[in-house]
Design a protein around this ligand. Sequence first.
Ligand code: HEM
Length: 391
Amino acid sequence: MSKAADDLDRWIRSDFVAMNTELEELYFARADRADVEGVGEAIKTRLAEEGRALIRPLAAEGNTNEGFDAAFDVLGNLGLFMAALRRHELTNPERETESPFREASALGLHIGASLGVTPRFATAHLTTHNAAIDGVQKSFTSLADEFVFIDYNTMGILAYKRAAAALMHVPPLGISNKATLMLLNNARDALADVAATNQILFDRLDADRFFYCVRPYYKPYRVGRQEYRGANAGDFSGINEIDLLLGLCRANDPSYSQLLIDKMLFMIPEDQRNLRDCLIRVPLLDSFLEAAPKASGKAWFRDNARAFLEVCEAHGRAAIQHHNQLFESFIVRMSGELDRKHHGQLTASGPPLPVLAKALERLRDLRAAAKRDDLETAHDKIEMLKRAAGL
Ligand code: HEM
């Protein structure tokens, strides 16, 4: 790491966290906790000036070809800084046509373009690519609830990745292979781990602290002229690899493929490649159904189809939890008590909350293969397979 990159990293892990935490405590003590303008002005000015001074020499250096990890890390630090400026209303894409933070934008665009990722802070920066130093990983604040959020998001994402990796080994082995049974069981168990981390988030995360002091750092902001949507825990490919390999979501469903296109650059290049790879595979559900007429009485079919159905069920369970527990409690219910004047800033991707809720509901029902009159899900095919497997 260059000296300038190292200086920025040290600041992001120390004074930056202290200033954000101080500001959060000031906002949280107010009658309207979402009204942050005109509060803690001296701290905000210091935050912006110190960050700018550290970024100036880095912007002059540009991406100095020290490898993906180093460049992605600098992009993350830069992005955390810009997301904090957005959170403290020192910039707001609605009132500007260009980011007022020129050097940070220039460096973000340079690194983003060279790595093939979005030029803003993305989820991976705080989860799968967030190095801890002496037991402390990067964060915006030192609030206990932010660490709960980051830690269990990370563990949930890693568990999804484990499930996806197991399923990715299935196509070359085929559905009747003995090793496939092991892989399907691995995927099921990893998805049970997702459910466990979702449950911990639900039990331990304080809804007020999350809603008012953590989530606001995940808003959209501009880099240069363009506005980039906020980051969310879903910006990794594992969950979509599972959707597509199982056959619960289909790439030829335009709403679903729109989502894939939208999130592509928010993911690390390795995830982008994995996702592309899944788009050309035959879904396992289709392979099992195709084999059913000749194989339904055979032991391999009963065992492997049963294991496949257990993976589908585990995937659906985690999706239902995400929607009915996490989204419902930490976003929908909390938004109900928010002054209407703040509603425009509510979602990470921009659409009004009811529109976002409908889109997330659709994903939940696809993953759970729920019966819906207005939407084709895998429900009927799953029922057909259950019958063929004698379940
Ligand atoms: C407190 C916890 C969480 C809350 C409140 C929450 C809420 C949300 C919201 C509001 C969105 C839509 C983003 C937007 O466009 O504004 C979203 C998307 C998403 N989240 Fe979460 N989330 C949480 C944790 C997680 C975790 C732990 C995971 C996975 C490990 C996850 C996976 C996803 C995925 C994959 C998406 C993209 C849409 C989809 O494919 O379903 N979320 N979440």
